[in-house]
Design a protein around this ligand. Structure first.
Ligand SMILES: [Ca+2]
Length: 93
C-alpha cells in the first residue's frame, strides 16, 4: 500500500511529466508549459496565477542554469517553496 507521503511524491513526479511530456522537450518545461501548470495545478497557491508577470517571475527565479526551461530539479525548488508557504499558512489558520 502506498503511504500518503509516497503518494504525494509520486503525484509531484506525475504532474511534472503531465506537462513536460506534452510535446518537444520531454524532460523540461518551457515557459508555456510552466504557465499551464501554474494555472491548472496551482490556482489557489500563487497570487495572480493568470498574470503573465507571475510566470515570468517564477521562471526567472527557478531557472538556475539559465536555459529558459524548467528541468525536474528546478521544478522541485518551486514545489519546495509552495510547501514552505503551505506549512507557514497551516500555522495561521
Ligand atoms: Ca533551467
Amino acid at each position: 500500500m502506498v503511504t500518503k507521503m509516497e503518494g504525494a511524491i509520486n503525484c509531484l513526479v506525475e504532474v511534472f511529466h503531465k506537462y513536460s511530456l506534452m510535446h518537444g522537450h520531454y524532460h523540461t518545461l518551457s515557459k508555456e508549459k510552466l504557465r499551464k501548470l501554474i494555472e491548472t495545478e496551482c490556482p489557489e497557491l500563487l497570487k495572480n496565477p493568470r498574470d503573465p508577470k507571475t510566470v515570468e517571475s517564477v521562471l526567472k527565479e527557478l531557472d538556475s542554469n539559465k536555459d529558459s526551461m524548467i528541468n525536474f530539479e528546478e521544478y522541485l525548488f518551486f514545489t519546495t517553496r509552495l510547501m514552505v508557504d503551505a506549512h507557514d499558512d497551516s500555522h495561521h489558520e
